[in-house]
Design a binder for this molecule. Structure first.
Ligand code: SF4
Length: 407
């Protein structure tokens, strides 16, 4: 309790976890966003076969501990892990080895994993975890509002500034008043987003951006892909962090059932339902404003994936494919599957794309892989893809007309 927990800045969601920790007396701070220097450090220290999230997290943490005058006994670094066909659990092992090599073995790393439901710590770990889940859902909903309104705003930059202000107010409220603060902050944010002048009479083609959670949410890693899709004429429906928690709890329920651990099963099922409840609660004040429905619980969506791929195989590929099917049902005219270079989960989803496309009326599908090196052809591929998306939207049905414009 007397040390500071530092969280790598996956995205604005890291601030939500830090705010929940502070609300329960844990000193928590989010590291600065990754940049060219941190990735260069990550590349220099890792072996070269690691995925992009590993390079960035290692780079961010090592740059932080190398600051002049840093006292290694003062901080703890937060690096989540998880099982499955993924290198995530190895990050902590690798980071520890690198720190020892640098003579910084005293630096502590904590790695909550999906196997323990990402349990947090401190004096009230369960309450901290529950508040963090609510705050993460809040950030997801703010980002939904940002993505749905920004392409139609009449005052350039207004939606971004409302998003930034709402995020700040949300994090302050969570830290100060916990759940009560969270609920009040979401209601206030909905009112502020409603006041953004937009013209949604002619809807742009909807593009679902899905895939591996780190590159999906990290603006540096994905080179601000959502804005790029918007710049080429699309509107984005993006995957969320809450999805990862829903996936984790759904998998845990399945595991406990397989092992006949009925008491643990009950706990996992309650956590899963809680996760769904907090997302719905965060979304409620926005229900009048947002036209895309909230994602269904994954367990239900998995049934639509089952004819093509067994969802019990788990991992983020299952998540991306399930949400792709759901998004197509909600009117998406294109799917972008993002992945770090050589990511197993991303490659599995990419491998299944022809089969899923065939089942989804030939919906355009674009796989983009990010390796941390500048890529020159994403813009060109995106433009070609958006051309197909527009054709697909025209072929399938007339562009949907929104409920109206505001204010
Ligand atoms: S899902 Fe892929 S990119 Fe993400 S940690 Fe696992 S292997 Fe790496």
């Amino acid at each position: 309790m007397d040390r500071t927990v530092y969280l790598p800045r996956l995205s604005d969601h890291a601030g939500a976890v830090a705010a929940a920790m502070r609300a329960y007396g844990i000193q928590a701070e989010v590291l600065p966003p990754p940049n060219a220097e941190t990735i260069a450090v990550g590349l220099a220290l890792c072996r070269g076969r690691e995925c992009l999230p590993c390079l960035l997290c290692v780079g961010d943490i090592v740059c932080h501990v190398r600051r002049p005058g840093y006292d290694p006994s003062q901080g703890v670094y937060f690096l989540p892990g998880g099982p499955g066909p993924c290198r995530l659990p190895q990050y902590r092992v690798l980071l520890r080895e690198i720190l020892e090599r640098m003579g910084l073995g005293a630096v502590e790393v904590v790695a909550p994993s999906s196997e323990d439901g990402y349990a947090l710590f401190g004096e009230r770990p369960r309450a901290t975890r529950m508040l963090a889940a609510g705050a993460l859902a809040g950030v997801d909903v703010l980002q939904k509002a940002l993505h749905e309104l920004r392409p139609y705003e009449l005052d350039r930059g207004r939606t971004d500034s409302v998003y930034r202000r709402s995020l700040e107010q949300l994090l302050e409220a969570v830290e100060r008043d916990r759940t009560a603060g969270l609920v009040a902050a979401m209601a206030r944010a909905a009112r502020e987003f409603e006041a953004v002048p937009v013209d949604r009479r002619r809807r742009r083609p909807l593009v679902a951006v899905l895939g591996e959670v780190f590159v999906l949410l990290n603006l540096f890693a994905n080179d601000d892909l959502v804005r790029k899709v918007e710049a080429t004429g699309g509107e984005v429906l993006a995957g969320t962090f809450s999805d990862v928690l829903d996936m984790t709890e759904t998998n845990n329920v399945h595991e406990q059932w397989n092992q006949s651990l009925y008491l643990d099963l009950l706990g996992a099922e309650l956590s899963r339902r809680y996760q769904i409840m907090v997302l719905r609660r965060a979304y409620r004040p926005f229900a009048r404003l947002l036209t895309h429905p909230l994602e269904e619980p994954l367990r239900r969506v998995y049934e639509r994936l089952r004819p093509h791929y067994d969802p019990e195989l788990g991992g983020e590929a299952v998540l991306a494919m399930s949400r792709a099917i759901e998004a197509a049902g909600h009117g998406a005219s294109g799917i972008v599957n993002v992945m770090p270079f050589s990511c197993v989960a991303g490659l599995m989803a990419a491998g299944m794309a022809p089969r899923l496309r065939a089942a989804l009326d030939g919906i355009p599908w674009l796989d983009i892989s990010y390796g941390g090196q500048e890529s020159t052809n994403v813009g060109t591929r995106l433009e070609a893809f958006m051309h197909q998306v527009v054709q697909f939207q025209r072929r399938r049905r007339p562009a949907p007309v929104a409920a109206g414009s505001s204010p």
